[in-house]
Write a protein that binds this ligand. Sequence first.
Ligand code: FAD
Length: 298
Amino acid sequence: MYPAPFRYHRPATLEDAMALLARLGDGARPLAGGQSLLPILKLRMDEPTDLVDIARIPGMRHIDGQGESIRIGALATHARIAVSEVASRFPIVQDCATGIADAQVRARGTIGGSVSTADPSCDWPTMLQVLDAEVACRGPRGERVVGIRDFFRDAYTTALEEGELVTEIRFRAPPAGSGGAYLGFKKAAPAYPAATVGVHLGLADGQVCRQARLVLGCAGPRPVQSREAEQELEGKDLNRDNLRRAAEAIISCSDPPSDSRGSAAFKRTMLHSLFMRAAEIAIRRARGETVKGGTLYV
Ligand SMILES: Cc1cc2nc3c(=O)[nH]c(=O)nc-3n(C[C@H](O)[C@H](O)[C@H](O)COP(=O)(O)OP(=O)(O)OC[C@H]3O[C@@H](n4cnc5c(N)ncnc54)[C@H](O)[C@@H]3O)c2cc1C
């Protein structure tokens, strides 16, 4: 199906884009890589009056991976992030970026578009919650920075206010002696995943858990995180019994839908095995080993 008619605008600067969005009101949508928006328009699930193409706006595609404060511009594509210094420094970022869709989608889709869509099956929202990331937004009232947990309000619903754009994703470099892994399971590259798991663990003495961040994706309207599950590991030995207890605790908070990607029961089983595998990879990475993570295909 073709999209309903819309007017197309291509502002040259961020300020022009914000002014246009403010003037056009709630019938307008920003357009970045188009990899989520265009399918939605073709299915006529949304019929905006105007598209404001932000893809060529300068100053929003940077990937700054040095130092303690990591900054990724909203227009950085999945493909560029996958081969960036940030991805080689933090393998959990590479796990996530390389598992998104196929090469064509990764070449156009952006991290800002992914978090703004807030699709419960998208990879960046889950992975960025593992890293306690922040979302920088700019709008008519200036800049504000929103913690990732507060940014996702519901499925396809974010804290973005009218006329606001996501400009940058930020996170602190995890401390030495810690490691993370992000694993997904899907039928094929161009499909969305059926289940995803992000695990980040800080280790003391190579075996005791100092800090745990555990997040599930495709498991409810928003990424699923549970402090109780994290406390099943913190201060404890990272043996299989404790990991299993943490997996059961977080999966008990999940509510994966039964759909064409699998039944809820199947997805819970997948979440459990992905969790155990992701935790093992995170532990080995925290100890300095190079281990492959990422998406598993049927
Ligand atoms: C076949 C296929 C398979 C896919 N598989 C996966 C997958 O496995 N994993 C995954 O995570 N994703 C997947 N995707 C989605 C893909 O990652 C998209 O690139 C991403 O979700 C949206 O990014 P975009 O730049 O294309 O955004 P767009 O499609 O341009 O925009 C998406 C939405 O965000 C808004 N928006 C865009 N940028 C901003 C901004 N800076 N500030 C505010 N609002 C903004 C738009 O108005 C729109 O509502 C898939 C897509 C396709 C077509």
